[in-house]
Write a protein that binds this ligand. Structure first.
Ligand code: ADP
Length: 181
């Protein structure tokens, strides 16, 4: 079974096979993590994105990573938070599920996710963390191909929420202490 890492950092520097982008419906770039990924990947990323015809909320599309350490970028579009009665939970879960399905198609072994929808799209972070971790747990239970999922939080508050939810789900296995018996 693959493992989950929860880390605080910048997703654009992760040395993994694929990173996930929290994009918008146009796939033509934006602020937040989307802007950071486009800056780090270089202008060829936008060129390829222009050929994709946008992306529906909850779905995911693939490009190459260009100047990123990651070979692939999986672009998914999270829901904009509108109070919780507009299918936001299900759409967010679909982002994680469809991104992981794309990763399987690509044959990637390592993948990094940002905290989808909790920035400009205002999804409450604790609720988003619970949904993400539930999807990771469900996926890791069944999948044999992905060795490592990294959940990359940019700020300490986001990191704390994902770590707490992962611990609650029993997904963070501590390595045994060295030199003790
Ligand atoms: P959304 O529009 O889906 O809410 P945002 O990019 O506004 O997407 O925010 C999603 C999360 O990504 C936020 O927690 C934000 O702080 C974080 N973020 C911004 N830049 C980076 C980065 N370089 N690496 C990882 N996470 C980032």
């Amino acid at each position: 079974m693959g493992k989950l890492l929860v880390i605080q950092g910048d997703i654009t520097t992760q040395e993994v096979d694929a990173i996930v982008n929290a994009a918008n419906n146009s796939l033509l770039g934006g602020g937040g993590v989307d802007g950071a990924i486009h800056r780090a990947a270089g202008p060829q990323l936008l060129h390829e994105c222009r050929t994709l015809g946008g992306c529906q909320t909850g779905e995911a599309k693939v490009t190459r990573g260009y100047n990123l350490p990651a070979q692939w970028v999986i672009h998914t579009v999270g829901p904009i938070w509108r109070g919780g009665a507009y299918n936001e939970d299900q759409l967010l879960a679909s982002c994680y599920r469809n991104s992981l399905a794309q990763a399987i198609q690509l044959g990637v072994k390592t993948i990094a996710f940002p905290s989808i929808s909790t920035g400009i799209y205002s999804f409450p972070v604790q609720q988003a963390a619970r949904i993400a971790i539930r999807e990771f747990a469900h996926f890791l239970d069944r999948d044999q191909t992905i060795a490592e999922i990294s959940m990359v939080a940019f700020d300490a508050n986001t990191f704390g929420h994902y770590k707490q939810e992962a611990e609650r789900a029993g997904l963070l296995r501590e390595d045994p202490p060295i030199g003790k018996n």
